[in-house]
Design a protein around this ligand. Sequence first.
Ligand code: C2E
Ligand code: CA
Ligand code: CA
Length: 621
Amino acid sequence: MINPFHNFLHKQIPVLMFLSLFPGLGYIGLGWLYGNVYPALIWYIMILVSSVYGYFVYKRYDLTAFDSSLLQKNYSSMRYFYYSQFVLWAIIFVLYTITKIYELHYIAIFTQLGASVVATVLLASDKKLYYPIIALMIIPLSIYFFIIGTWYGYVLCIFSLIFMGVLFYGATSSYNLLIKTHFQANHDSLTGIKNRHYVIEFLQKVINKISKSGNFSFILLIDLDHFKTINDSLGHDIGDSLLIDVTKRMQSIANNENTLGRLGGDEFIVIGSEYNSEKDALKQAMACADKLLQKIKTHYKIEQNYLSISASIGVSVISDKCDEASVFIKEADIAMYEAKERGRNGILVFNEDMSKRVQQHLEIERYLHFALQNSEIQLNYQPQCNKEHKIVGCEVLMRWNSKELGAVSPADFIPIAEQTGIIIELGHYTLQESFKTLAKWDKNAIELEQFSVNISIRQMFHPNFIDDVISLSEKYLNPSLCSKLIFEITESMIADNIDMVISIMQTLKQIGIRFSMDDFGTGYSSLSYLKQLPMYELKIDRSFVSNLENSSDDREMISIIKEIARRFNLSIVAEGAETSKQMQYLFDEGCDIVQGYFFSKPKTKEEFEQFYITSSNLKKI
Ligand code: C2E
Ligand code: CA
Ligand code: CA
């Protein structure tokens, strides 16, 4: 066992050296004064030798570079130093008390008492040191008093033994307090496992060792999925109990070989042991992660609740490529987030591609903040046509032409805008600009039956959303134009908050706005939502259209969606038709409207106007 208070003991070395070297000089003086200098001189030389040894032990110490065996060696050396110093103090006591000069006795008694107090204070962090050393200081003193052989000698002997008891008590109390604070500083108070502070320090030691040995290890970063929902819906007590249960299960798997710690919240870390090859480390990491995931997923009974939870795990293999703990933690973090992005409940190993994606994500995030004020955001409009190929509607699609990054796809920046909240400003801008366009087109005789705008979840749930829509529509539109608006929302956003979605939809429906279920069939389609929501339209996702010629599954899916729409009395828009075959198939299947490159790519406002005029002229001819 390595002494946990290594640092503390280490810091006391120079203190003790100082306390020995200076008062020690006094003994040489006394020896000289009383004509007995040589024993004192020899004694002092021994103090010097022991101190030089102490100095080297002190200098050699390096917590960050030492692995456990070096620490153990260093600890033994420190103990030798402390023992030697106090043994020498015991020797000088004996030397001076066997003389006939009583003044020297008093001085020796005092220094002996002093040394015992010094031992109690300096060595309180180590039982193996303070017990024998306090005894070594006091017992000769008690014997001395006893040998006097008179009543006061016996009284002093008993007093000195009581004094020893008090010192033991004092040192032990300090020791227990240290142990307690040390435990609290390194353990998580809720689960009792190692805390962030400890594991990061420990990981750094593992990395130091690996950078010398060239071996491999791994870390797993484990984050529970949707833990916040449990906390919010069932309360923190249940959340805490669940965390404790999850920890127990993980502990049973991490066991002796690996170190388990809690980084905070619902995030845990496992640090693996050492392996000779990267392949072995990775294999063990995957095996451990797999077991953890399976174990975490088995359901829990907490009070009256049956709960189940999954986790996303990021893996980083530790090698000697770098010697900073934070780098490997970041890698595992990136892999963990990627696992979350891919639908949670999974394990991913970090690779460089991920790091590039994160880099790209960060860049988008950085520049997106200024996109609106730099006028880099524009709107495009993609025509939607009916069976007669007449343009009856359009979908508004955002475009970002970044000065720094070039054209960035909304598929890349919209999710980031949602995460960061920038979607609120972008969404407001889109509503405002598209309403202006709708009003302008109405004036210019571009008559559409419907005008679709994408609305994202965060935007819709923003407290000002309804007021914003109402005030913009009052400013730019009239009621008849309002009733052309279709807000496209995606299914995935509905799941968590169906009641709120219904209430928002009902309010907006009163001013004529209709709703479309975008990307239908790609997410967690639930017919029960569809039944509850006041929908007007279903959008068949591009993924079912792009390959329908070759995929009977896709054709099947389209037919099912069509059937659902018919049952719920919904209009159907299919998007992503690129070929005439696809377009024809979709109309034949009963789609009301088709949107796709076959008719037109998304266009700027001016291009759309031109396109509309040309195609309606063509129709007339
Ligand atoms: P979405 O709502 O599913 O939009 C349809 C996407 O399919 C658009 O991509 C459109 O350009 C593309 N598309 C349409 N027809 C075809 C086709 O025939 N072939 C191919 N290959 N693609 C076709 P875009 O513009 O890149 O938008 C991607 C996604 O970004 C949209 O998917 C939507 O979820 C989101 N988005 C775009 N604009 C906005 C916006 O203003 N607000 C919000 N909240 N999201 C937006
Ligand atoms: Ca859409
Ligand atoms: Ca879509």
